[in-house]
Structure formats: C-alpha cells, structure tokens
Ligand binder design. Structure first.
Ligand code: UDP
Ligand code: MG
Length: 335
C-alpha cells in the first residue's frame, strides 16, 4: 500500500482529501455537494472536501460556508481575490492533509463516481492516477487538433512527460503532494507541475460531462496564454534555438556575399538589388524582434520569481481545526 501518513497531519487526518476550486459557482455548489458526498461515502474511506473559493463575486462563499456548517468534513479556504484556477488548486493542495488528494472541478464536469476507480488503482500501488478525457464532444475539431498538436510539440520540447487529454482530475499520493507543495514557481502550469515529480502513474478514461451551469470560463486568448505558459515554464529550447537560427542565417549571408563578389569581379554585374535588400532587412529584423520577444517572456518570468511574493493570500478559512500555515513563502523558508 502506498498510503503514507502525511508529515504535517495529526492523527485525525483523513485518507482522502478532495480539493475543489470554485470561482463564481453559486449555481453549482449544491448539486456538486449532493453528488460528491454520497460518492465518497460509498468508497468507505475517511475524507475531507476542501473548497477553495477563488475570489468569487457571487454567493459562492456564503453557500460554501453553509455547506461547511452542516458537514464537518467540508472545509473552505477563501482566497482574498481571484488568483486563477491553478493557484487556487495549489492553495487547496497546501491545505489538504489526506494520504491522497483528488483535485476536481466543482462544475460537475468531472464525474465523482470515478474517484472510487482512482482509489482502487492507488491501493494497487500507483502514486498518481490520472483521469483522461476520452471524448471531447463539446469542442470543435479545430480546438481538438490544436490541443493534440500542442501536446506532441510539448513532448518534444521538454523533458517532462505531459499526458495529452489529462486535466486536473486525478488522484495524487501524499508523497507527490509534498513535492508539489515545495515547488515555488509563480507560474503554475499544473499539468507540468503534476508531471514533474515522476513516480508510478496509471490512468483511467472518462467522458467529461457538459458544464452543469454557465459556459466555460476559458476564452481562446486565455488558452493561447495557457499553452505558452506551459512551454516557457518547462522548456528553455525557445531561448536556445536562436543560436542555431543565427548560425544558419549567417551561413546563408556568407554564401550570398560570395555570390555577389563573384558576380561583381567575374561578370562585372553591378547588382541593383533594392528589393532583395529590403526583403532581407525586414526578414532579419523580424527575426530579432521575435527572439527579443521570447527573451522577454523568460525575463518576465524571472521578474515574477525574484519578487518572491506569496503565491496567494488567504482571506478566511472555515472548518479547519488549527489554521494551517497559509503563506507559501513562510512554508518554503524563504527570507
Ligand atoms: N476556477 C477557479 N478560478 C478561476 C477559474 C475557474 O477556481 O479563475 C474553477 C471553476 O470554478 C471550476 C474549475 O476551476 O471549478 C474549472 O473551471 P472551468 O469549468 O471554467 O474550466 P474548464 O472546465 O473549461 O477547464
Ligand atoms: Mg469546467
């Protein structure tokens, strides 16, 4: 059995910690609680459900507080503002005490019955059990293609194996959670962060439900930024490639120089060459703009990291026995 006692936990630590980030989910809280509690009770392990209120502007927090008042197994971490799903998830992981942690969306897109399957595979010796979306009916062909290409590309560019179609819905053993809690980066590309520690991994296919209420909060621009985040957070290849591009273009320029010299000296052609000059000028200027931009992406990340701000700010917690340490900076012992 892989279940190891969490080092920060008391004797009351549950076996399972469910972590559900919630941002403006007022309409989904009640149906979600009604679905997840019976599903967990059926598994027969002790559990806690930690909601992370990610600075919702609707009644989400009030509804969560009411749910926590009715059931001592429900706990709430309320962030001081909207920090984004990945940071909310990180906050939940830091507050979870279970021997295994299961992040799940509270919009009912992730079927709670699957958790029993996760636990079975975990008991069988896997440290990470990933829920893999097998069908994505809701999405357009274009988006599907894009995401497939993206994962193929990522696999080439980085050394971590990020499984395609795997989201945040998964079971994570305590020893991996402890590693993730120590990963200090501000850019929380969770797919990459989950994959980085390694360990024994299994997967379970599932069909994602359509969103229970409201549409997805992902715009195309957000997805694009998300994709770039993954690339720039887990690979430095885009930085290094410019050396080779430079060498190649310098080589090309050298050959072109030789050609013009021969034309001038041997054939006496005075090249008019305005168009070719302009094209080359524009081409190389745009190359250096692109490489500058890519360096900017990394410099921006370095800037974010060196500020060493805490990852999130907890406004309020509900249902926790003793208030856990809420500041990541304090946890990782940074000055
Ligand atoms: N979420 C969050 N903060 C945000 C955006 C979303 O905590 O800034 C939560 C949201 O409440 C939901 C989960 O993250 O439980 C997934 O969000 P969504 O359904 O919008 O994303 P998708 O299912 O399209 O990945
Ligand atoms: Mg969703």
């Amino acid at each position: 059995m892989t279940a190891a006692a969490p080092d920060s936990a008391t004797s009351t630590a549950p076996v399972l910690s469910i972590v559900a980030p919630a941002y403006n989910e007022a309409r989904n809280i009640a149906p979600f609680v009604a679905a997840i509690i019976p599903a967990l009770e059926k598994i027969g392990e002790t559990f806690e459900v930690i909601f992370v209120n990610d600075g919702s502007r609707d009644e989400t927090l009030g509804l969560l507080a009411a749910a926590a008042a009715q059931d001592p197994r429900i706990k709430v971490v309320s962030l001081a503002r909207n920090f984004g799903k990945d940071v909310a998830l990180s906050a939940g992981l830091a507050h979870a005490t279970g021997a295994a942690v299961v992040p799940i969306d509270c919009d009912l897109q992730h079927p709670p019955e699957l958790i029993a399957e996760f636990v079975k595979l975990w008991r069988a010796g896997n440290d990470m059990v990933i829920g893999v979306r097998s069908k994505r009916d809701e999405e357009t062909w274009f988006r599907r293609q894009l995401s497939q290409r993206y994962y193929k590309f990522m696999r080439r560019m980085t050394s971590v194996e990020i499984p395609p179609n795997a989201g945040d819905f998964r079971l994570i053993d305590r020893k991996i959670v402890n590693v993730i809690n120590q990963m200090p980066e501000r850019h929380r590309f969770m797919k990459g962060i989950f994959a980085w520690p390694g360990f024994k991994t299994a997967s379970v296919d599932f069909v994602a439900n359509p969103r229970a209420n409201d549409g997805s909060k992902w715009s195309f621009w957000k997805l694009w930024r998300f994709g770039l985040d993954g690339l720039f957070s887990f690979s430095t290849a885009p930085l290094k490639i410019w050396t080779y591009v430079g060498v190649l273009t310098a080589f090309g320029a050298f050959i072109y120089l030789a050609i013009t010299l021969v034309q001038k000296l041997v054939y006496g052609i005075a090249v008019p060459g305005y168009a070719s000059l302009l094209v080359l000028l524009l081409f190389f200027n745009s190359l250096s703009l692109i490489s500058n931009g890519i360096q900017g992406e990394y410099i921006g990340r370095i800037f974010e990291e060196v500020k060493r701000r805490p990852l999130y700010v907890v406004g309020q917690t509900i249902g926790f026995a003793a208030t856990p340490d809420t500041s990541r900076a304090a946890q990782s012992g940074q000055p």
